[in-house]
Design a protein. Sequence first.
Length: 472
Amino acid sequence: MLFKILKKHKNTIGIKLTLWYSCFFVLTVSFLFVMAYHFMSQTLQRDDHVAIKSHLKEVVTEYASGGLSQVKKELLISKEYRKKSPFFFRFASPHNNTIRILFYQQWSEFELTHLETVFPGSREWIQIPAQADQDDYNLEVTSARLPDGSWLQVGMSTESRQRVLDQFWKTFMNVSLFLILASLVCGYFLSQKALRPIRHLIKTVQSIEAGQMGARVPQPQSQDELGELVRLFNTMLARIQTLVNGMKESLDNVAHELRTPMTRMHNIAEIALRSGDNGGTYRNALQDFAEESNRLLKMLNTFMDISEAESGVMALDWSEFAVQEMIDPVVEVYEYVAEDKGLCIQTQIEDGLCLRADFNRMSQVVANLLDNAIKYTPAPSGPITVKAWADAHDVVLSVHDSGKGIAQDELSRIWDRLYRVADDHNAPRKGLGLGLAQVKAIVQAHSGWVEVFSQPEKGSTFRIHLPQLMFT
């Protein structure tokens, strides 16, 4: 079943990770086995060599005290040398001719005559392989000179050592298949668990392609990189959905707002055409037509500015300027409009206050706020006040009026595009309804934020907070 799964999903990242994990796991286990096999072999060999040298030293001592007969007597009565694999003992003349090999019949599987061809002492260890029809093990022999000039050679077969190593190898080969299967299974389930957020991400994208804009990726429990990716992706989807809904709403509002001026322009043209060749009628019709066209162009340009600012692509001409130099010209223009309505504008600007921003865009922000303040403040009324100061982190611009204020249920909607607050329930709504939306968009493009404080019949205060303040 596992191989069917691997074949079915062979081109997926999960299977590739599984195979890479399994290969790495198998290589790691194989490396550990080789190292363990090597250390075990070295340890067993070292223990055998220590035992051989120990007995060699004992026999040399016995030989010095009683000669060969004493040595043979001690070895015969010793139970240790009656085992199946006893120690090998050879006594040779000073010229390496064999004098005596104890328990000769137990070493018939080795070519013992080879010892006469290798002079004792020429090397520390002499290895004699078993005959061809025997297992792959050796007889390891070391030598020592006796007091009378003859040689004593003591050795041990590596059969028991090789048997342990062979059993270790067979055990590993038997376990290796299980290890490979276990690595594949564990790797597959680990990769599936690790890539679960990615699969949820793919399904969510497929759902969005099918038109389900509300689809979201389930948030995983872990707070790792994939969890952060899912959180950011869901945040991005929510932002996109908000923008799409805003775009749909804006398009609906634009279509609704354009219907009236387009109908009016059509009626103006139709009336002019029906009036015959009256030049005055044509001239008046063209003037009305131009006014409606300008109103439409202003609406579309404002919409484009808001969209550019909200999408982060508005081109800003950054410069450092005195806030006084930016506010005074705007106030000077709107003072004439305010005087016609019986209002006055006052300014309170902190001395030496400078700002780094787009001069023209910020002038447009102040102009929009003044225009709204004049528009919604009835005469006679208190002054409209424009203030600017610096707090701990921001430059704050404030426009306060003493008009009728804004109802609490409308405060959250005044920043929406094409939303307009009426003077009363019967009066038509003034303006295009884009001024405050443009203010908010431009301020946010400057990494700032806006707020409003208003109570019915007590006026409104709009505040703009802009970072990166500088002082002269």
